[in-house]
Ligand binder design. Structure first.
Ligand code: DX5
Ligand code: ZN
Length: 220
């Protein structure tokens, strides 16, 4: 689509040079910066917190697309908003009151997203879709970069695309996990308009980023 966005996951960046990496993908044509926050509890890996998000903020003018894989999540919404997140995405399993969590994000003046794990059905969106700015379909089980795309995510993308179109609201439909040139094409055909890509963006080092992003868009 005309509006296709690429959101590089900095989980695959060089963590010793994170600021430079964020600047490099921003200059290489990314649309968002995807920040994976993991707590070692909701998912079996630990990454970064609000302090690192704040430190990265001056290195890019792009929206920070912050994917919170932490539970309970409500306690940390304000900290990530203050740190410079623009879009804050949560999982329905990260607290007992999804609707309240979404309102907390919006009360911070930020865009709200909900992310569905491979085992989470799309119906969970039905009561809250109109409140969202973004839906994130996980095409791997969250926790690590470099995993293989789970094909059943394509059906979920199609189902959510129908719901978004019938609602008639501009809601990003993002896919995350195992995105490469081939799965990017499939996800776009199913209706996704934001592609998260870690491995596929950062492979080959900074000289390769612009070409990697172009290929994900389906350009030569
Ligand atoms: C997984 C994260 C993803 C991950 C994607 O838990 O949410 O954003 O970094 O990495 P790739 O693109 O390598 O599958
Ligand atoms: Zn992610």
């Amino acid at each position: 689509p005309q509006s296709l966005k690429i959101s590089p996951s900095i989980l695959s960046a060089d963590f010793a040079r994170l600021g430079e990496e964020v600047a490099a993908v921003s200059q290489a044509g990314a649309d968002y910066i995807h920040v994976d926050v993991m707590d070692g509890h909701f998912v079996p890996n630990i990454t970064i917190g609000p302090q690192v998000v704040k430190a990265l903020r001056p290195h890019s003018a792009l929206p920070f697309d912050v994917h919170l894989m932490i539970a309970p999540v409500d306690l940390y919404i304000a900290a990530f908003a203050d740190a410079g997140a623009d879009i804050i995405t949560v999982h329905p399993e990260a607290g007992p009151h999804l609707h309240r969590t979404i309102q907390l994000i919006k009360a911070q003046g930020k865009k709200a997203g909900v992310s569905l794990n491979p085992g989470t059905p799309v119906e969970v969106l039905d009561p809250i879709l109109e409140d969202l700015d973004l839906v994130l379909i996980m095409s791997v089980n969250p926790g690590f970069g470099g995993q293989s795309f789970i094909p059943s995510a394509l059906h979920k993308i199609e189902a959510v695309r129908k719901r978004i179109d019938s609602l008639g609201k501009a809601i990003d439909l993002e896919v995350d996990g195992g995105i490469n040139e081939e799965t990017a094409r499939q996800a776009i055909a199913a209706g996704a308009d934001v592609l998260v890509a870690g491995t596929a963006t950062f492979r080959g080092g900074p000289e390769a980023y612009a070409g990697n992003i172009r290929r994900l868009r389906g350009e030569a």
